[in-house]
Design a protein around this ligand. Structure first.
Ligand code: SD4
Length: 323
């Protein structure tokens, strides 16, 4: 990308370097070592587990799957897996998606009493004729395939739920950095093979049956070895409306850097849906190009992402559009 930029500059077309130019492909060389990027501060743990899983399996999909599984099992994260906040009927329902850069993908929505939706999504991708299963069907599929039945409400989340229900006017809490921590994890190996995983319990106290962006391929996650990968976090209702992760990847295909692409996707949300601009609403993107460059951008302050390059992990504060 930089080479193209320098070339365009040298022939006096510098401003074209940041514009979408159809037909120019990203023939990047992959990074020399495996690399991961993931959402929020728990991404550091997920990245480390992903790195170990990659060393054990040499498979970038297994790496991202195992990375997010650890977060699904953490009882203190309020919006992923075990310990996630329930819907307004008191049931914890989980959404997840997984994708390889060759287009293979799987997803699960509104799954309940199963600890690892990401692995159910992978099972659907690899062993079923479908891409996505939801609700009771997804749960039956999981049980038939040996996933154990597990209560996901903890004493703490049951208490939170009871307190919420006891309010005079129980309402949806805002989707901001205090109550959101979906994990999206993207990876690339030295052969340029990419994969991504995204998993969440979604919006706390949602209407039963609500799906967010996370299980929707192209919204919460999109991966294409030819270009790169992206994942989203924040208010799914806004991310779905711009097909957020697919948008980020297509903006990179057009020549934008990962960070510029994430910024444009965030901007598109606030521009199209001005009512979100003033409210306490967060949506954020992470992206990785197929040369390993990563970037992120959020609507609001407070979004962090974790970058793993070889053994080194960094937690970064994403730039943002509004306060
Ligand atoms: C959703 N995008 O269900 C998810 C929630 C999220 O951090 O990202 N939480 O809308």
């Amino acid at each position: 990308m930089e080479t193209r930029r320098r070339f365009l500059k040298s022939v006096g077309l510098g401003s074209l370097a940041s514009m979408a130019i159809p037909g120019i492909s990203n023939s990047a060389s992959p990074p020399s070592q495996v690399k991961f990027v993931s959402t929020w501060s728990h991404g550091r743990v997920a990245n480390k587990v992903a790195l170990k899983a990659y060393k054990d399996s040499s498979d970038i999909l297994s790496a991202v799957e195992n990375g997010v599984r650890v977060i699904e099992s953490e009882a203190d994260g309020r919006s992923v897996g075990l310990g996630g906040l329930p819907d307004r009927s008191g049931r914890v329902t989980l959404d997840a998606s997984i994708m390889r850069g060759n287009g293979a993908c799987g997803a699960v929505g509104a799954l309940y009493n199963i600890e690892h939706p990401i692995s159910v999504a992978r099972k659907i991708m690899e062993d079923s004729p479908h891409v996505m299963l939801v609700g009771d069907g997804a749960r039956q599929y999981a049980l038939q395939n040996g996933f154990p039945d597990k209560e996901l409400l903890t004493d703490e989340t049951r208490r939170d739920y009871e307190n919420w229900k006891a309010k005079e006017k129980p309402d949806l809490p805002p989707v901001n950095h205090e109550n959101h921590d979906t994990i999206g994890l993207l990876g690339i190996d030295p052969q340029g093979k990419m994969a991504g995983a995204c998993t969440t319990s979604g919006w706390a106290y949602k209407i039963p049956g609500r799906l967010g962006d996370s299980p929707i391929i192209g919204s919460g996650l999109f991966v294409d070895d030819e270009v790169g990968a992206a994942s989203a976090t924040g208010l799914g209702e806004t991310i779905i409306q711009v097909s957020g992760s697919h948008l980020v990847v297509e903006l990179m295909r057009g020549g934008k850097s990962p960070k510029e692409a994430c910024r444009e996707a965030a901007r598109r949300i606030t521009k199209k849906f001005s009512k979100w601009k003033s409210g306490d609403v967060q949506a954020a993107f992470i992206a990785m190009r197929n040369d390993g460059e990563v970037g992120a951008f959020a609507i609001k302050k407070g979004f962090q992402y974790a970058v793993q390059e070889g053994e080194k992990t960094d937690l970064m504060d994403a730039d943002y559009l509004t306060r």
